[in-house]
Design a binder for this molecule. Structure first.
Ligand code: CO
Length: 413
């Protein structure tokens, strides 16, 4: 069952590096060969991948137009500051930095674990996940904040979001000492870290089983669908006249401008290594290629229908949403929408359409960046969800599989 596989992916993908680690294991099991990130040659295996921290690129094939699926491995969260030990009034606390556009309130009163990477003194990287909750951001009691339900909750991100993790005085190195113990490495060997908080509540089906609640649905749903699609394409529908590529980028939630983000050099570097021919034929090949930028979309919210465009109201379990924006916040064009819709039709997958209200600012994603950089026609699509950027989000349980089938169909179109 696809959704069981997705739930396992969601529960393991607790940080961007954990997400790529888990996807890499799936690719390896399916016969994809890992190429070291530091030494890409021009002779790449026919079926392979590279991975570094929160970035993973995989490919199948070496000729014909590219069929690229892009997604992002990061989610809005609280990142542990370089010197995390803080606190006062008898409590030990963790200094955290807001990463991306979190919904502040959604992080309160949740049991939080810590996961990410430790860089050791010999230069090696260790993945760590405390699994058990280690901290919590307690909300102020209603008795001490009598008007909160009428005037709304206002949180200062510097002052009010520090998780509590123990009693006593915070001394330098004490929180990282706990993390080191969980990672089974001596604390003295840690030189730097890249750690995020996450809610330990596992992904769960809801109600009649057609709804799915989890942290990080944006955008682990698309990471899972992209990885599943390339594995499926390589095993069953392998088309030797096309090159299927997936690009799972980091740092989308903070603007994509990093070495491992969509605005960085890595996807172009891979495509050029796969092409291994002259510049003009590379440009021609890109122009004949197609990119699906997969990132979740807003479902219509039953309690706030007025926030949505009246004629374009995606709903859960009604198929992938084609997102377009006249001001090019999405990369979708009439041609790329038609191509994607056609591929879905072939695969018997329904599609839906999203545009923002004219009075509502539109989000953006990796699509415009990929199409601007490489000149590859691109469509922005995604699974409809509610509570986007909450610590716990919700989507339809059937949509991830529909997206996966749509991506397989694009690979064959
Ligand atoms: Co997203």
């Amino acid at each position: 069952m696809a959704v069981v596989d997705l739930i396992s992916h969601l529960d393991r993908s607790v940080s961007p590096a954990h997400s790529t680690f888990h996807s890499a294991a799936r690719l390896r099991d399916a016969g994809f060969v890992e190429v070291p990130f530091s030494s890409w040659g021009s002779r790449l295996p026919g079926k392979g991948f590279v991975r570094d921290a929160g970035l993973l690129l995989a490919w199948n094939g070496d000729r014909g137009p590219f069929r690229i699926v892009g997604a992002h491995t990061d989610s809005p969260t609280l990142r542990v500051k370089p010197l995390p030990d803080t606190g006062g009034h008898g409590w030990k606390q963790i200094a955290v930095e807001v990463y991306g556009g979190i919904l502040n309130n959604s992080w309160l009163d949740r049991d939080l674990a810590v996961a990410g990477r430790l860089i050791l003194e010999d230069g090696s990287t260790v993945l760590v996940d405390t699994v058990d909750p280690v901290a919590r951001i307690p909300q102020l009691a209603v008795h001490l904040d009598r008007e909160v339900n009428d005037r709304g909750l206002v949180l200062d991100r510097q002052i009010h979001l520090s998780p509590v993790w123990g009693l006593g005085t915070s001394t330098a190195g004490s929180f990282l000492g706990l993390v080191a113990e969980r990672a089974d490495v001596p604390a003295s060997k840690i030189r730097a870290h890249d750690l995020v908080m996450y809610d330990v509540t596992p992904a769960r089906l809801l109600g009649d089983g057609t709804l799915l609640a989890s942290g990080r649905l944006d955008n682990q749903v698309s990471c899972w669908a992209a990885t599943s699609a390339i594995i499926e394409t390589a095993s069953v529908a392998g088309d030797p006249t096309k090159t299927f590529v997936i690009a799972l980028f980091d740092h989308e939630e903070v603007g994509s401008e990093s070495t491992h983000g969509a605005a960085g050099p890595q996807l172009e570097r891979l495509l050029r290594a796969l092409h291994a021919d002259d510049e003009s034929s590379f440009r021609d090949r890109c122009a004949r290629s197609f990119c699906v930028s997969a990132d979740n979309a807003h479902s219509v919210h039953p309690n706030y229908p007025e926030r949505h465009e009246p004629g374009h109201r995606p709903i859960a379990n009604a198929g992938p949403v084609i997102k377009s924006n006249a001001n090019q916040r999405y990369a979708t064009t009439a041609e790329t929408a038609a191509f994607f819709e056609g591929a879905c039709r072939t695969a018997n997958v329904p599609v839906q359409w999203f545009v923002s209200r004219n009075t509502m600012p539109c989000g953006s994603t990796i699509g415009p960046i990929a199409s601007t950089r490489l000149g590859i026609p691109t469509v922005d699509v995604g699974v409809a969800q509610l509570s986007m950027h909450s610590a716990r989000e919700m989507c339809g349980a059937l949509d991830p599989d529909l997206l996966m089938r749509a991506l397989v169909a694009v690979g064959a179109s």
